[in-house]
Design a protein around this ligand. Structure first.
Ligand code: AMP
Length: 280
C-alpha cells in the first residue's frame, strides 16, 4: 500500500491506474479506523480494481466547541488496517494541503435537507462534509465512492450532491457494523468510560425496539419514536439530542411508516454524542 500526502501524488498514481484501464474506488474517512471502516474497504475492493482511502480529520465539518482537537488519531494503526483489507493507496493530507489559508468556496445544499436531524445542532456540519467530499471527488476522480449507513443523513446528502452537481460517481451505501453487544462501531466510542460504554447500549436497544415495532406492523411513526425515546430516557447517563422519523431520501419528517423511512437518533452519553439509526 502506498501513502500520499499531497494532491499531486494522488493524481499521479490514479492517472497511472487510469492509463491501465483500471477502475478506482474511494473510501473517505477521518481515521481511527475500526471494522465499520474496514467493511467499506472490503466492499470497495470487491467492486473496484484499485482502492483509495482518505484519512483526514476535516476541520470545516466541526463547529465551535466540538471535538476537532481531541478527535482520536492513530495513523500507523489505520495504515495497518487498510493494508490488511487490501487498500492500494491512503491519502493523508495536512489541513494546509486541503485548504489554502484564504479558501472561501463551499459546497452546500440549500434545501432543508442538511437542516434536519444532526443539522439542527450542527448547522455547518454538512456544508463541511459536502465541501471536503467534493474536493476528494475532484482529487481522486473515483468511479465509485463508499459511505456507511451509520451516517444516514450524510449518505443521503452525498447522494443529493452527486445528483445535483452531476458527478459521474456511483455512491455505494454500506450497512452499519456493530459491536457484539449491539453498539454501532464509532471512532468516538473511545471517549466512553466503562460506565458510559454500558449506558451507550440504549442507542442500539432503541434501534432494535423501533425496528421490531415497525416489523410487527406499527404504522404510526410517532408511536415508534415515543417508545424509543422512553427507553433512552430511562438511562440516567443518556441525554437525547433527537429521535426522529424522516423520509429516507429527503429527510423530511414523516408521521407514517410508509415508503422508505429513516428513524435516526443522536444521544449524548455523558459528553459524547453518538448516533444510530434504522431504515424501514
Ligand atoms: P468517519 O471516519 O467517522 O468519518 O466515517 C467514515 C465512513 O465510515 C463514513 O462513511 C461512515 O458512515 C462509515 N462508518 C463509520 N462507522 C461505521 C459503522 N459502524 N458501520 C458502517 N460504516 C461506518
Amino acid at each position: 500500500m502506498k501513502t500520499a500526502v499531497t494532491i499531486k501524488e494522488v493524481r499521479a498514481q490514479v492517472g497511472e491506474w487510469r492509463k491501465e484501464g483500471l477502475t478506482v474506488g474511494l473510501v473517505p474517512t477521518m481515521g481511527y479506523l475500526h471494522e465499520g471502516h474496514a467493511s467499506l474497504v472490503d466492499r470497495a475492493v470487491s467492486m473496484c480494481d484499485r482502492v483509495v482511502a482518505s484519512v483526514f480529520v476535516n476541520p470545516t465539518q466541526f463547529g465551535p466547541g466540538e471535538d476537532l482537537e481531541t478527535y482520536p488519531r492513530d495513523f500507523a494503526r489505520d495504515c495497518a488496517l487498510l493494508e490488511e483489507h487490501g487498500c492500494d493507496l491512503v491519502f493523508h493530507p495536512e489541513v494546509s494541503e486541503m485548504y489554502e489559508a484564504d479558501a472561501a468556496t463551499y459546497v452546500e445544499i440549500l434545501s432543508d435537507m442538511p437542516k434536519q436531524l444532526c443539522g439542527k445542532t450542527r448547522p455547518i456540519h454538512f456544508r463541511g462534509v459536502c465541501t471536503v467530499v467534493s474536493k476528494l471527488f475532484n482529487i481522486v476522480q473515483p468511479d465509485k465512492a463508499f459511505f456507511g449507513q451509520k451516517d444516514a443523513q450524510q449518505l443521503a446528502i452525498i447522494r443529493r450532491m452527486v445528483r445535483d452537481l452531476s458527478y459521474g460517481i456511483e455512491i455505494v451505501g454500506c450497512p452499519i457494523i456493530r459491536e457484539e453487544d449491539g453498539l454501532a462501531k464509532s471512532s468516538r466510542n473511545t471517549y466512553l468510560n466503562e460506565e458510559e460504554r454500558q449506558a451507550a447500549l440504549v442507542l442500539s436497544k432503541a434501534v432494535f425496539l423501533g425496528e421490531k415495532m415497525a416489523e410487527e406492523g406499527e404504522q404510526d411513526a410517532g408511536k415508534i419514536v415515543s417508545a424509543m425515546k422512553a427507553l433512552i430516557e430511562a438511562e440516567p447517563l443518556a441525554r437525547i439530542d433527537y429521535v426522529s422519523a424522516v423520509d429516507a431520501v429527503t429527510m423530511e419528517p414523516v408521521a407514517r411508516m410508509e415508503g422508505s423511512v429513516l428513524v435516526a437518533m443522536a444521544v449524548y452519553i455523558g459528553k459524547t454524542r453518538l448516533i444510530d439509526n434504522f431504515i424501514r
